[in-house]
Structures are given as structure tokens and as C-alpha cells.
Design a protein around this ligand. Structure first.
Ligand code: MG
Length: 143
């Protein structure tokens, strides 16, 4: 056993649900997916990045995404949710924190997530400044 002190380790959890509707582009995990329908929301409604944002905010005790990016604020209308993650990364850094890994689960019947997994991992690992093997994307249906 090492006598090294264990650094503080924090874990956060996030959840998000948006309705799929026609006439919107679909963005999941920071990746635009051709689908014919998109998620309804004030920003780009990327449930993957929103859940990640809430998990990160949870880990640093900083509330939730709605407190930082009000859906009433016109600045965030149609916003790329990557900017939420970028801002939260600055909050993490202010607390001298760093992200070690992210594990994201999509629950949906369609589209299939598998073909987009690699692109999501690349995008999210870039946003978090960590290697691709520290980002995991999972998917399940409600079957
Ligand atoms: Mg959301």
C-alpha cells in the first residue's frame, strides 16, 4: 500500500430528455446526425452534452445547466451545446479540478448511435481535453 494521499475524487450525474420533432436538426454528443427529425429545445437540444454538463456541474457543486444557461436567455437560442461544456470547463479549472473520464448513455430507438460513436468520442474528448479512451458512449433502446 502506498502512503500517497488520495486526491479528492468527485463524481456527478446528469440526465436529460427532449422530444424528437420534425423540422429540427439532430445533434447528439456534439455530432450532427442526419435523421429527418431533431430534438426540441431552446439550444441545439443535445441531450448528450446537456447530461454531461449537469454531471460536471454536479461534481463541482455548481447547480444545473438551467442556472448557468437559462432557457429564457436569447443568447442560447439554437446554441451549440459545446459552448456550455467549454464554459463549465472553465468552472472546473477555477476549482482546480480536472476531468478524468466521462461515460454517457443514450436511450433511444432511433437513430442508431453506434455509427456515430467514434465521432462523439472525438468531439467530447476534445472538449474535455482528455484522451479518447477516457470517454465512453453507450446506447440502449427501451425494448
Ligand atoms: Mg436539455
Amino acid at each position: 500500500m502506498s502512503n500517497q494521499p488520495i486526491p479528492e475524487i468527485r463524481v456527478g450525474e446528469g440526465w436529460d430528455v427532449h422530444a424528437l420533432v420534425p423540422g429540427r436538426k439532430l445533434v447528439l454528443g456534439g455530432v450532427e446526425i442526419p435523421h429527418g427529425q431533431g430534438l426540441l429545445g431552446h439550444s441545439d437540444a443535445d441531450v448528450g452534452l446537456h447530461a454531461l454538463a449537469d454531471a460536471m456541474l454536479g461534481a463541482i457543486g455548481a447547480g444545473d445547466i438551467g442556472q448557468h444557461f437559462s432557457p429564457k436567455d436569447m443568447r442560447w437560442r439554437g446554441a451549440d451545446s459545446s459552448i456550455f461544456i467549454q464554459h463549465i470547463m472553465t468552472l472546473v479549472a477555477k476549482k482546480a479540478g480536472r476531468i478524468v473520464n466521462a461515460d454517457i448513455t443514450f436511450i433511444c430507438e432511433n437513430p442508431k448511435i453506434g455509427p456515430h460513436r467514434e465521432a462523439m468520442v472525438k468531439k467530447i474528448s476534445g472538449l474535455l481535453g482528455i484522451s479518447a479512451d477516457r470517454v465512453n458512449i453507450k446506447a440502449t433502446t427501451t425494448e
